[in-house]
Design a protein around this ligand. Structure first.
Ligand code: 5AD
Ligand code: SF4
Length: 475
């Protein structure tokens, strides 16, 4: 659901290989407070975690700043999913280190998946890192910071079976005030053979359903109009009340959040083809405010490769789920994650991936070439035997196939009218708004007096540039 530099969902969505992590800030910082600066890399979950971290830091007397140079504390919330993601962070650490040489009292901290994966190595190798904190240990930040202020480097990378940060109200720092993430679960029990996440984020656990609904309600009352429910595998959400009298699955959670208000849009990510039930699909179909969009990573179109990946479904099963989606939610857009060049992948296997992109009619995909991660089942048992040059060529063929499929998908929208939630000014012009339709397509359209971000408008689509749609407000 994500790339190494930017997040999948919401405003920070574009894949841009050159882009640095997002910076969270308040401007101007509140007088007298110590200031922290935070960059986030990786998935939407990491961005959501940075908002939890910000909230914990605020209660410890730190205010956020966007100006790295004036910060007392520099944090980087890291991703380990591919080698490149880690390389990006190392580069950033070098820059932070330079700053620390001029200003030794600044504290530097590594958070997130790299902290968990590399643990004390980060303190030993990156000499100027002061604290290392894993995804389940953010509550310990104030304590670690106090010690670091006294010169003691600190590390807490304990993973937890219970931590969901359910009681922490995230500080929405880099927000447009319209869309927000809500973390509904943490960790992952899936054990896909290529993936490091089960090792960096620990066991799967679901957050109290009442705290999720309360967070959605609070956001709606504060003017937000769209929430994205986040988890590594939302379809396996399962929460039971402490007395075991109440059990909530993902379909039921979706319904509860949808009932907060008809004007609150609901999105969710990521779904797993093995776990997405017809109940979930019927719930989406039953509520207008649950968006007709499912991110359903296929990873590969070939059954043998899927088995080596330990995805626990095959090509036919995936196609069956896509057919069910199209039958139950006819207007649903489907997007995907794809890995090319996985261990032993042949040209024929690769053709199966190309053909499933077209068959499933993905509106878009995040596409990657396989990057072996130390400690994963694939690294232990399989040989990373597809040469880099072949991986590159296959990736470019996949990107081209998806570009073409996405363009045809967008062309089908030209001439149609969609309900769009205005998110803000378009990237290109302050005379234009941008917003998305239910299918998660970004649409740019000229501003009309009387409308502002957070309003719903009907937009008639007149053209597409490939990546996005263009249109006009109609009444
Ligand atoms: N190499 C390449 N891509 C990977 N992903 C996860 N692990 C790897 C890896 N080792 C991709 C998958 C996943 C997305 C978040 O990142 O497609 O769905
Ligand atoms: Fe997110 Fe961690 Fe996975 Fe990166 S490795 S995508 S940060 S969960």
């Amino acid at each position: 659901m994500y790339d190494d530099n930017a997040t999948l969902l919401g405003v920070k969505k574009e894949i841009d290989e050159t882009k640095q992590g997002e910076v969270f800030y308040y401007d101007p910082p509140i007088e007298g407070l110590k200031k922290f600066y935070i960059e986030s890399y990786g998935c939407a979950m990491n961005f959501s975690d940075s908002e939890i971290v910000a909230s914990i830091l605020a209660s410890a007397g730190y205010g956020p700043t966007r100006d790295m140079e004036s910060a007392d504390l520099i944090l980087v919330n890291t991703c380990s999913i591919r080698e490149k993601a880690e390389d990006n962070v190392r580069q950033r650490l070098t820059i932070f280190n330079k700053l620390k040489r001029q200003k030794p009292e600044v504290l530097i901290g590594v958070l997130g998946c790299m902290a968990e994966r590399l643990k004390s190595k980060l303190l030993e190798q990156e000499k100027l890192v002061d604290i290392v904190v894993g995804p389940d240990a953010y509550r310990d930040l104030p304590n670690l910071l106090a010690k670091a202020d006294d010169g003691d480097k600190g590390i807490n990378v304990l993973l937890s079976r219970e931590e969901t940060y359910a009681d922490i109200s995230p500080l929405r720092l880099d927000s447009n005030g319209v869309i927000a993430y809500i973390s509904i679960m943490r960790g992952c029990d899936n054990m896909c053979s290529f993936c490091v996440v089960p090792y960096t984020r620990g066991r799967e656990r679901s957050r109290d359903a009442y705290s999720i609904v309360a967070e959605a309600k609070d956001l709606f009352d504060r003017g937000f109009r769209e929430v994205t429910l986040l988890g590594q595998n939302v379809d396996s959400y399962k929460w039971s009340s402490p007395d075991e009298t109440e059990h909530v699955n993902f379909a039921q959670l979706l319904e509860r959040v949808a009932l907060v208000h008809p004007d609150l849009r609901i999105r969710f990510s990521t779904s797993h083809p093995k776990d997405i039930t017809n109940d979930v699909l019927y719930t989406i179909a039953n509520y207008e405010n649950i968006c007709d969009y499912i991110h359903l990573p296929v990873q590969s179109g070939n059954s043998r490769i899927l088995s080596l990946m330990n995805r626990t479904y095959d090509r036919d099963w995936y196609m069956g789920r896509v057919n069910a989606i199209k039958e139950i939610i006819p207007d649903c857009a489907i997007s995907s994650d794809i890995i090319t060049g996985f261990c032993t992948e042949t040209e024929e296997d690769h053709q199966d991936t190309l053909s499933i992109i077209e068959w499933a009619d993905f509106s878009m995909s995040y596409m990657f070439s396989y990057s072996e991660r130390p400690g994963t089942p694939a690294a232990r048992k399989l040989k990373d035997d597809v040469p880099e040059i072949i991986k590159k060529r296959r990736l470019s063929e996949i990107v081209e196939k998806q570009r073409h499929t996405g363009l045809l998908h967008n062309l089908k929208d030209v001439g149609k009218t969609f309900k769009v939630l205005i998110e803000g000014d378009s990237k290109k012009s302050d005379q234009e708004f941008k917003g998305r339709n239910s299918q998660n397509k970004m649409i740019n359209f000229p501003k009309v007096n009387g409308f502002r971000p957070g309003n719903y408008v009907m937009v008639h689509v007149t053209s597409t540039t490939g990546g996005s749609l263009k249109g006009n407000i109609v009444t």
